[in-house]
Design a protein around this ligand. Structure first.
Ligand SMILES: [Zn+2]
Length: 211
């Protein structure tokens, strides 16, 4: 099931994730829905907060063509995609860093250069609750770091340079205002219906804004 995305300005994006104690059926279902949502939104990664959840879970699916050296050799041989990562944490990061442009499904049409370590070793629990560890390179390393940031409530707006933040200030402000208005409308609608806060407006707005 495709889940509605949460956008910049939604307080859930600033909440830190709670570690998962055991990978149960509900969490497997959520991971599956997050993969479906990520694919539908044409993203390469998605964190739980982006669908309004606060469990330590992210999914990543970097296409093989983007996970390769210039000569086509895979950068992360043997790594299976999509990756489902519960309780992911970085156990080692390279001293070498690199700036590269990033986007985020929670920031439609906004891109910013973010500096990150080029290589990270990550430990996580997979869909079967098994402990995994891998040293990641290239776009996959970057994507996983971006998703781990989400799980800590850290967004690209927190990571971008002060110059970029100034340059994007108007767009960020508009996005935040739009999200807050949508949340208010959803809350008043849900209040009458007595249901949870759903964000149908998000979908319409998200779809309308996407090229
Ligand atoms: Zn993101």
């Amino acid at each position: 099931m495709r889940l509605p995305l949460r956008y910049y300005g939604d307080p859930v994006l600033k909440r830190r994730a709670t570690p998962v104690e055991a990978v149960d059926e509900r969490l497997r279902r959520l991971a599956k829905d997050m993969i479906e949502t990520m694919h539908a939104e044409e993203g390469i990664g998605l964190a739980a907060q982006q669908v309004g959840e606060t469990v330590a879970l992210c999914v990543v699916d970097v296409p093989p063509a983007s996970d390769a050296e210039a000569d086509g050799r895979p950068l992360n041989p043997g790594l299976e995609m999509p990756m489902v990562m519960f309780n992911p944490r970085i156990v080692r990061a390279s001293a070498t860093t690199e700036p590269r442009e990033e986007g985020c499904l929670s920031f439609p049409e906004i891109r910013a250069k973010i500096t990150r370590p080029v290589e990270v070793t990550v430990r996580w629990l997979d869909l079967d609750g098994r402990q995994r560890e891998a040293t990641l390179r290239g776009l996959t390393a970057r994507c996983v770091q971006h998703e781990l940031d989400h799980l800590d409530g850290i967004l690209i707006s927190d990571r971008m340079s002060p110059v970029a933040r100034v340059a994007l200030a108007g767009r960020l402000k508009r996005l935040r205002r739009h999200t807050e208005e949508a949340l208010r409308r959803a809350a008043s609608g849900a209040g009458r219906a007595g249901g949870p806060v759903r964000s149908r407006q998000y979908d319409l707005w998200g779809a309308g804004r996407r090229p």
